[in-house]
Design a protein around this ligand. Structure first.
Ligand code: ARG
Length: 475
C-alpha cells in the first residue's frame, strides 16, 4: 500500500521502491510501532478526535496485528515500504474505515522517532544487563584468584607486580562506566516526539503530554522540528556501544597476548577456543580476536550516523532512515560479544605459576627499594638514582641485584627481603592500589556498585517487558 494516493498519480517505479524500501531492516521496530500506535490512539480518544468505539476497534486491531507478528503469521505485502506502512495497512484491512483513522494527527516522521526511542530504551537496558553479567563474572574470578599476582605493565614492559584480582577489576570498573553511560543515555532519550507530526505539530487538539506519559516517557518534546529531526540519541547510543566495544577489544587483546606461549598466563577453555583447519596443534583465541575486530565495525556504525547527520537541514530528511542499520548492527554485535567474552572469562584457566614467575623480578621491586630509602629520609630523586644505578650495575656486570642490594651500606638485609618472591605486591597498600588490603576493599566496593547498577537496570525492566526482546540474529 502507498500512503499518498492523492498527490502522486502513479505507483512507484521499481527502482525507486527497491532503493528506498526499509522494511527488510525496520521490521525490527514492529512491536515498538504497535506500542506507539496504541498510545496515539488513546491520545486521539482522550481529546475526542476518535470515539470510544473507534478507539476500541483500533486497539483490538492493533492487538490482532501483535498476535500475528509474534505468532509469525503476519503477512508483509509487496508494497509495504516500511514497517509503519505495513502495520497501518494491516490495521486498515482488519478495521476498515476505522483503520483509516489511525494516522490522524500523526506523521511517519514523529512515528519513526517514537519507535526508535522505544527500541533504544528497551535494548540499551538489555545491553546494560549483559555488561553487568560480564562484570559479575570478572568479580567472581577476582574473588577466586586468591593472592595470585602478575606483572603490571606500562609500555608493555614489566613495571610492578599487581594482584590478578586488581587487574580483572580494572576492566570491571571500565565496564561500570559503560553501564552508567548506557543508562544515562536511556534517561536522556526518554522523551516523546509523538505529536510533532510531520514537522510543525497539528491543527487538531492533540495531547502530546498524555501520549508521552502513556509511553513511559518522562516528558514530551519541546520543539516539533527538533523532535522529528533529532537523532542525537542514536549517535549517543552508538558512542556508548563503540566505547564499550573498545573496552572489550582491549580485554580481547590482552587475552590474545596472555594465551600465547610467550606469555603463557592463561589457557582458554576448549569450548571458547577454536582450532586450525590445517595446523593440528593450534588452539586459537578467536573470541578475543573478534571482540577486538568487531570494534572497528562499531566505530564505523557510529561514524556512519554522525556523517549522515552532519549536513542535514531541519527537519526530517529521508537520509535519517540510514540511522537504523548501524544502530541495530551495533546492539546485536555488542550483545554477542558480551555473551561470548563472559563465557571466555568464566572458563579461562589462569597459569598462576607463570604469572608469579614473571612478576617476581626482582627488578619489579626496584621502586620498593627506592621507597624504603625514602622512608629512611632520603629525597626520592636521590633514592631513584641510587637504585637505578644498582639495576644498571647488575645488568652490565651480570651480578644479581640481590647481591648488590645486600652489599650496599644504605640497603642491606632489610632491603633484600623486599626482593623476595611475592613480597612486593603486598606493599601496594595505598587506597585503590594493587595489593591485598586495597584490593579486598575494592572488591567490596565493586560488589556494592554492581548492586546499585542492577537496581538501576531493574528500574527500566518494565519498559523492556512491554515489548518482546529483539529478534535473535540469524544463525
Ligand atoms: N522509513 C522511514 C524512516 O525510517 C520512515 C519515515 C518516512 N518519512 C517520510 N517522510 N518519508 O525514516
Amino acid at each position: 500500500m502507498t500512503l499518498w494516493k492523492g498527490r502522486i498519480a502513479t505507483g512507484m517505479a521499481e527502482a525507486v521502491a527497491a532503493f528506498t524500501v526499509s522494511l527488510p531492516f525496520d521490521r525490527e521496530l514492529a512491536l515498538d510501532d504497535l506500542t506507539g500506535s496504541r498510545a496515539h490512539v488513546k491520545g486521539l480518544g482522550k481529546v475526542g478526535i476518535l470515539s470510544d468505539e473507534d478507539v476500541a476497534v483500533l486497539l483490538r486491531a492493533l492487538d490482532q496485528v501483535e498476535d500475528e507478528l509474534t505468532g509469525g503469521t503476519f503477512a508483509y505485502a509487496a508494497g509495504d515500504e516500511d514497517v509503519h506502512t505495513a502495520v497501518e495497512r494491516r490495521v486498515t484491512e482488519i478495521a476498515g474505515d476505522t483503520g483509516a483513522r489511525l494516522h490522524t494527527g500523526r506523521s511517519r516522521n514523529d512515528q519513526v522517532a517514537t519507535d526508535l526511542r522505544l527500541w533504544c530504551r528497551r535494548t540499551l537496558v538489555v545491553v546494560a544487563s549483559e555488561v553487568l553479567a560480564l562484570q559479575d563474572t570478572l568479580a567472581r574470578r577476582a574473588e577466586d584468584s586468591s593472592g595470585t599476582y602478575l606483572p603490571g605493565y606500562t609500555h608493555l614492559q614489566r613495571a610492578q607486580p599487581v594482584l590478578l584480582a586488581h587487574h580483572l577489576l580494572a576492566h570491571g570498573w571500565a565496564l561500570a562506566r559503560d553501564v552508567d553511560r548506557l543508562l544515562t543515555t536511556v534517561d536522556r532519550l526518554n522523551v516523546s516526539p509523538l505529536g510533532a507530526g510531520a514537522l510543525a505539530g497539528s491543527s487538531l487538539p492533540l495531547d502530546p503530554d498524555f501520549v508521552a506519559a502513556e509511553l513511559g516517557f518522562h516528558a514530551r518534546f519541546e520543539n516539533s522540528l527538533d523532535a522529528v529531526g533529532d537523532r542525537d540519541f542514536v549517535a549517543e547510543a552508538l558512542f556508548d556501544l563503540a566505547l564499550l566495544g573498545v573496552h572489550l577489544s582491549r580485554m580481547g587483546e590482552e587475552l590474545v597476548l596472555w594465551s600465547t606461549e610467550e606469555f603463557g598466563f592463561c589457557t582458554l577453555d576448549d569450548a571458547y577456543a577454536t582450532g586450525s583447519s590445517m595446523l593440528p596443534q593450534k588452539k586459537n583465541p578467536d573470541v578475543a580476536e573478534l571482540a577486538r575486530g568487531k570494534t572497528g565495525r562499531l566505530i564505523g556504525d557510529l561514524t556512519s550516523v554522525l556523517i549522515t547527520l552532519k549536513g542535514l537541514p531541519l527537519a526530517y530528511n529521508r537520509d535519517l532512515q540510514e540511522d537504523k542499520e548501524p544502530l541495530f548492527d551495533a546492539v546485536t554485535q555488542v550483545t554477542l560479544a558480551l555473551r561470548a567474552m563472559r563465557g571466555v572469562y568464566d572458563t579461562v584457566a589462569w597459569n598462576e605459576e607463570r604469572m608469579r614467575a614473571a612478576a617476581d623480578g626482582p627488578m619489579t621491586a626496584a621502586i620498593d627499594l627506592a621507597e624504603m630509602l625514602v622512608e629512611r629520609g632520603l629525597p626520592f630523586r636521590q633514592a631513584h638514582a641510587l637504585v637505578g644505578g644498582l639495576v644498571r650495575d647488575s645488568l652490565e656486570r651480570h651480578v644479581p641485584l640481590v647481591e648488590l642490594v645486600a652489599a650496599h651500606p644504605d640497603l642491606g638485609e632489610a632491603a633484600v627481603e623486599l626482593l623476595e618472591p611475592g613480597v612486593a605486591v603486598t606493599r601496594r597498600m595505598s587506597p585503590g592500589g594493587a595489593g591485598p588490603g586495597p584490593v579486598a576493599e575494592a572488591m567490596e566496593r565493586f560488589a556494592r556498585r554492581l548492586e546499585v547498577d542492577q537496581a538501576r537496570v531493574a528500574h527500566w525492566l518494565p519498559s523492556v517487558a512491554a515489548t518482546a526482546q529483539p529478534e535473535a540474529p540469524p544463525g
